[in-house]
Design a protein around this ligand. Structure first.
Ligand SMILES: [Zn+2]
Length: 350
């Protein structure tokens, strides 16, 4: 295996590192598909790979960049003419926007982005994150690219739902899987980023292998979101009114995307709480919890039998899937609350 010239700073990503450190730069493919759960570093890796390809300092490896040349400087500044990166979730093709996607690209824009040669050098890199192809036209635009790809153009798609991509699209890409990071790696990154040791340990404990989620946990903690979401969960499973004002669903100053992000956080926190509740029920009070700081919330929650707990965990997954559709953030929250509520005895209306 060849080493890396210059800097290439990522954690985890073994499969992608193994791939790009073993291939010759001349054997680089035109399309890569990074798959894996959300927030495990797919886009970060894509960006570092792009910087490696656009770095103008000569090197013998695919990975690695100098950080000081014009190519590196332009990329970091977000103004490199040969680098296209989408923000958030992208829908390609289709009609008008909806709350589901943060950005929309027409099939024509995509064709244009893919058909240009590099301005400055050999490469041009297009990164599309969490991409969905809304129309056949959009999918065809991408497939056309693979029929005659311009020299040096590399497309990187990232997705946490590879199964939802058309098989014809998927088969054109070299697929590389990203997995959750070891807990120690998450803690190390947080410490290197200046997070205090005690907070780093706490966030790494509950981050489920994601640096981004660990940072979100620290942010949530700062905002009181963790406390509020766990209180909401406890009230919902008791069947008591649950205060959801922390989600700011009625706040007109927040965009649909911001509300969706808050609801996404709620669902993640409820998932953690539900797992902890199941663990406490099954393994007793000595079990280590994902959200150990919230342990007292579970005191006095009504008992549920095994099947009810299993369906509760499944319901959180259903809410997450629902959150990825056009259904409004408010309805997703109400759906989740109803799923968590105590089972109603047969014959009594809900
Ligand atoms: Zn450079």
């Amino acid at each position: 295996m060849k080493g890396i010239d210059g800097t290439f700073d990522v954690v985890g990503a073994q499969a992608a590192l193994a791939h790009f450190t073993t291939i010759e730069p001349a054997r680089l493919c035109h399309g890569y598909l990074f798959t894996g759960p959300p927030a495990v570093g797919k886009k970060t890796f894509a960006r570092r790979l792009a910087q490696s390809l656009l770095c103008e300092t000569p090197k013998t490896t695919v990975l690695g960049y100098c950080g000081t040349c014009t190519g590196c400087t332009l990329l970091v500044a977000g103004t490199h003419p040969d680098y296209v990166q989408s923000e958030g979730r992208v829908k390609i093709g289709g009609d008008g926007g909806n709350a589901l996607h943060d950005e929309e690209i027409t099939a024509r824009d995509l064709v244009r982005a893919l058909s240009l040669h590099g301005y400055r050098g050999r490469h041009r890199v297009v990164v599309l994150g969490d991409v969905a192809f809304a129309t056949h036209e959009a999918a065809n635009a991408l497939l056309k690219f693979f029929e005659e790809p311009p020299e040096g153009v590399v497309v990187i798609l990232t997705t946490s739902a590879a199964g939802s991509l058309l098989a014809t699209i998927r088969s054109r890409f070299v697929e590389l899987a990203f997995g959750p990071l070891p807990r120690a790696d998450v803690e190390r990154v947080l410490l290197a980023g200046g997070v205090e040791p005690e907070r780093a340990r706490f966030a790494a404990d509950v981050a489920l292998g994601s640096v981004a989620r660990a940072r979100a946990v620290l942010d949530d903690d700062d905002l009181g979101l963790r406390d509020a979401a766990h209180a909401w969960f406890a009230n919902a499973v008791r069947g008591e009114p649950a205060d959801a004002s922390f989600l700011r669903l009625d706040d007109r100053s927040l965009s649909g995307a911001e509300k969706r992000a808050l609801v996404g956080e709620l669902i993640e926190l409820v998932r953690t709480a539900a797992r902890d509740w199941v663990a406490l029920r099954v393994a007793g009070s000595d079990v280590p919890l994902l959200a150990a700081d919230q342990r007292t919330r579970f005191d006095g929650l009504p008992a549920r039998d095994g099947p009810a707990l299993v369906s509760l965990l499944a319901a959180v997954g259903d809410a997450q899937r629902l959150a990825h559709t056009n259904v409004s953030a408010g309805l997703v929250v109400e759906f989740l609350r109803l799923q968590l509520a105590p089972p109603v005895p047969a014959g009594r209306p809900r």
